[in-house]
Design a protein around this ligand. Structure first.
Ligand code: TYM
Length: 337
């Protein structure tokens, strides 16, 4: 671990969310809701990764709107801009610059093995662009610029963390220690929330079936309706067992929102059937999201405030990012004036 760049003994956390759709309870439970726990003890950077989002075609006005929304959701979920750095990726040019350099230290074969690339390229056959292919390199740049020690993410990002570590180690070995080698922080519960329509598939913000995903901003009755329609099995017992993917997913969601263990939940719903359980899951989810939604609505009415957070965040992020980038440029042999 390289800590020479850090001004304090505090370790660093970095994470990002793409403004590429309406965020789901998968994003909330796998990532966002865990971000606040680090802000007291770590230097935290939380980024709205708009440059990653354009690897898939976006409607410009919607991308811009969602960039504000993700920032507002960060704050609505409890992140205090005075205690951490909240910023937008495209406001800090060092991300794109470091990504280019790291592209030259990343192998074609490594990128070809990324399951997310294989997934997304098979879903977007008309637009398998180079950015989609080198997406993990930009993600490595995001993380390595801040010398992050820990990266809180859902399980689907684990492979991207592994390639980030490989790129950093390769660079450190070729030159001299430059980057901190980051660890993923994947929550024990909620790291992979599954689709309500097909519980063998991950819940995704880009799913076209509206009943597959519960959005953080869905109204209460919509949330309850979606859980009522969640695909389960023909059994009636609320128990976590192999093969009961739908019920297992609902138990996980209920556990995340209530803090109850699986055993407690199984006892609570013994002999009560799926209908009652689905309603209870919908209610705890809607209750937990209500304060987030209320705060979000207030924040979205105050663009000037959101823009001031973006500006302050970009300046703070840029300060750290510039130091790493300048070190990297010197090491690879660029002339520094
Ligand atoms: P994104 O925008 O797809 O998702 C944001 C976060 O939500 C997690 N997540 C889930 N967790 C549990 N269950 C699910 N169904 C679920 N769906 C999504 C993701 O794991 C992620 O933590 N490549 C990243 C964004 C990124 C990034 C970074 C993250 C860019 N640079 C640097 C960390 C560090 C992504 O597409 O996340």
């Amino acid at each position: 671990m390289i800590n020479e760049q850090k001004p304090t003994a505090k370790k660093t956390v970095f994470s990002g969310v793409q403004p590429s759709g309406n965020l789901t309870i998968g994003n909330y439970l796998g990532a966002l809701s865990n971000f606040t726990e680090f802000t007291e003890t770590y230097n935290c950077y939380y980024c709205v990764v708009d440059q990653h989002a354009i690897t898939i075609r976006q409607v410009p006005a919607e991308l811009r709107q969602r960039t504000y929304e993700v920032l507002a959701l960060y704050i609505a979920c409890g992140l205090d801009p005075d205690k951490c750095t909240l910023f937008v990726q495209s406001h800090v040019h060092e991300h794109a610059e470091l990504a280019w350099i790291l592209n030259c230290f990343t192998m074609f074969g490594e990128l070809s093995r990324m399951t997310q690339f294989k997934d997304k390229s098979s879903k977007n056959t008309g637009n398998v662009n180079a950015g989609l292919f080198t997406y993990p390199v930009l993600m490595a740049a995001d993380i390595l610029l801040y010398q992050a020690d820990l990266v809180p993410v859902g399980a689907d990002q684990n492979q991207h963390l592994e390639i980030t570590r490989d790129i950093a180690e390769r660079f450190n070995n070729l030159y001299s220690p430059t980057f901190t080698i980051p660890d993923a922080y994947i929550p024990k519960e909620g790291a992979k929330i599954m689709s309500l329509a097909d519980p063998t598939k991950k819940m995704s913000k880009s799913d076209e079936n509206d009943f597959a995903s519960v959005r953080i901003l869905d109204p209460r009755d919509g949330i309850i309706k979606k859980f009522k329609r969640a695909v389960t099995d023909s059994d009636t017992r609320v128990v976590m067992e192999p093969g009961k993917d739908g019920i297992n997913n609902l138990i996980t969601i209920y556990s995340c929102f209530t803090g109850k263990t699986v055993e407690e939940i199984e006892r609570e719903f013994e002999g009560r059937g799926y209908g009652e359980f689905k309603l209870a899951v919908g209610e705890v989810c809607a209750d937990a999201l209500a304060p987030v939604q209320a705060r979000f609505a207030e924040l979205m009415n105050d663009r000037a405030y959101l823009e001031s957070v973006m500006k302050t965040g970009a300046a703070k992020a840029s300060h750290t990012a510039a130091r790493t980038l300048s070190k990297v440029k010197r090491k690879v042999g660029f002339v520094i004036l």
